[in-house]
Ligand binder design. Structure first.
Ligand code: OXD
Ligand code: MN
Length: 595
């Protein structure tokens, strides 16, 4: 029998070439079997890469700690390597492919000496679906293998697909020295290749996720006329059994995961709503033969933020992560279970923190600042099939039909709770101008506001001006394009208190969105878009203090005119490449605000 579980010569040659570069002691092909997974778990536990958690309360669960300097995506070390700098655009770091390969080769050289190189053939999306893409990741990390087994589809079918199909994304990862000065996350869209070296953090190394499903996929999607987006997808089943699906883009850690599996609030529960979770992070969407937009979630699991996850904020996720879950950088309790800031139950009296040091509540560092038990960007990796609200259409090759696209941002002021675009082009302007505050998921200054078009600023694999043009063009391809909305759950009063309770209550807003999509309700025209009338959002069981509803929907013309100045600055960086339709929308809004 052959040494390889494939006859795909291109694949075999590439694996051998990369092995010559990285010089592993052995090569192991990952087949998705339970036996192999168990063996790798055992090895990872024996060398301390994983800690087996309490198998009674957390069956199949493990804890992993990353290096302290390797806890989030490193955007400044992430590059789009196209032949022409213009094709990466002003929003991306760019390096020429020749230089990028040369720099990375020097770090990859011999990086797997004394180690095993794992070959992971994986599919994003159901194998054989017109949506799906196949990749192969080479890695020296068991943690990566075990996470990829949760986040992607790895099985016999993928190999069978590779027998017939030559095209796959070539993904190479090595931890090397985990040295931030020798860390590079490189994307070569023109070669369908990703090279990641010097990191062990999920967002940098689970190459099927941000790297393939967003950066590389967005590049392919433009060529093939579909959309690869940083969006959750959820179905809202109405009492009559009809399910309306929405796709929603929010910048990182803005509550996408919580929204995707929300629990209907008491007041609306009586109506009989039911939520179906399709995905919490990435949507691939294409126009089907019916002229509508259909979406799949290419991922098979959630890579969610732990802090703040509890039975109030996300009871379905609390249920999901009780088994077969890998926790990263959370606190280890003496009973071998885990905890994080904002978890259910009492704060533990003691534990081992995310850096492996003894911890107790009230602990301060040398500067007198509180020491957290779990890192603010600590994570869990868990299969979507564990989720009580997992959609029954996850495996459907054509996905789900999208009625509404929602863009959101974290804005303390300015943006109303919800408003609707006048049309597709206006909706693209709305998406292209969303802004939010930086969170712990990115390396950078917390709280700083940045523009994050379609929540894709860190994830678009090509020039964003072309990306906007692509979105505009997609609208023309549809007979019945989804309506586009903007939401802001985060508006605050003068004291900085949130005006809207959020979480499950957000369903009230989504109900209005779907009613607008089926033309069941009127709306009020404002300069920025349509907003609901005072009686149009069902508030049964939720009493807001008087005046709050008005504050949630206030449109302050002066604030918006100020906002437009910043939008102008943002647009100008794209120079003459920016589609003129976005300037038209800019001028239109300015005129409406001034009239
Ligand atoms: C994520 C992110 O991890 O967007 O999903 O940062
Ligand atoms: Mn994300």
């Amino acid at each position: 029998m052959s040494r390889y579980p494939t006859t795909n010569k291109k694949l075999i040659d590439w694996v051998n070439k990369m092995a010559r570069l990285c010089a592993p002691d052995e090569i192991v092909w990952i087949d998705g079997s339970e036996v192999q997974k168990r063996r790798i778990e055992e090895e990872a536990v024996s060398i301390g890469e994983l800690i087996r958690l309490n198998q009674k309360s957390l069956p199949g669960c493990f804890l992993h700690r990353t290096a302290p300097n390797d806890v989030a995506r490193t955007e400044h070390l992430t590059f789009i390597c196209t032949k022409k700098k213009r094709d990466a655009g002003p929003a991306n770091n760019w390096m020429s492919p020749a230089l990028a390969y040369r720099k990375a080769k020097a770090i990859f050289k011999g990086a797997m000496k004394g180690k095993t190189m794992y070959v992971i053939p994986f599919s994003m999306g159901p194998v054989g679906s017109p949506f799906s893409k196949v990749g192969v990741e080479l890695t020296d990390s068991r943690y990566v293998v075990l996470n990829m087994l949760i986040m992607t589809k790895i099985n016999e079918q993928v190999l069978r697909h590779l027998e017939k199909e030559d095209e796959f994304t070539k993904c190479l990862h090595a931890k090397a020295q985990l040295d931030i000065d020798k860390r590079l996350i490189l994307h070569f869209p023109e070669d369908n290749t990703i090279w990641s070296v010097g990191s062990g953090y999920g967002g940098n190394v689970l190459l099927g996720k941000k790297c393939l499903s967003l950066r590389i996929a967005s590049f392919i999607a433009k060529k093939e006329q579909w959309l690869a987006e940083h969006m959750l997808v959820m179905g809202i089943e109405e009492p009559n059994g009809h399910i309306g699906y929405i796709a929603a883009a929010f910048p990182s850690a803005c509550g996408k995961t919580n929204l995707a599996m929300l629990v209907p609030p008491q007041g609306l529960k009586k109506k009989g709503y039911r939520i179906w979770t399709v995905g919490d992070d990435i949507a691939w969407m294409r126009v089907d033969s019916d002229g509508a937009l259909w979406a799949i979630n290419p991922e098979a699991g959630f890579f969610g933020v732990a802090p703040g996850t509890n039975s109030q904020t996300n009871p379905n996720m609390v249920e999901t992560i009780k088994k077969n879950t890998i926790y990263t950088n959370v606190l280890l309790k003496p009973d071998q279970t885990v905890w994080w800031e904002g978890a259910d139950g009492e704060v533990p009296e003691r534990g081992i923190d995310w850096q492996g040091r003894p911890w107790k509540p009230g602990l301060k560092d040398q500067n007198g600042l509180p020491v957290k038990g779990a890192h603010p960007n600590s994570r869990f990796t868990t299969p979507i099939t564990n989720c009580p609200t997992a959609s029954f259409r996850l495996e459907q090759h054509h996905g789900v039909p999208i009625s509404a696209i929602i863009f959101g941002g974290r804005r303390a002021h300015l943006a109303p709770l919800v408003y609707e675009a006048f049309n597709w082009q206006h909706g693209i302007f709305m998406g292209a101008t969303i802004a939010s505050e930086l969170t712990a998921a990115q390396v950078g200054k917390l709280g700083q506001v940045r523009r994050d078009p379609m929540a894709m600023f860190p994830f678009c694999g090509y020039n964003m001006a072309d990306y906007f043009r692509h979105w505009l063009k997609m609208g023309e391809k549809m007979i019945k394009p989804p309506k586009i909305f903007h939401v802001n759950w985060f508006r605050t009063d003068k004291m900085g208190e949130f005006l809207w309770p959020g979480y499950g209550e957000n369903l009230r807003v989504l109900e209005w969105v779907l009613e607008r999509c089926s033309n069941k309700v009127e709306a009020i025209h404002t300069p920025i878009g349509y907003i609901p009338g005072p009686a149009d959002i069902d508030m049964t069981g939720l009493k807001l203090p008087s005046g709050v509803f008005e504050k949630l929907f206030a449109v302050d013309r002066d604030d918006w005119i100020e906002e437009l100045k910043d939008i102008k600055k943002f647009f100008k960086q794209f120079k003459k490449d920016l589609p003129c339709q976005l300037w038209q929308e800019y001028e239109g809004l300015l005129k409406r605000l001034k009239s």
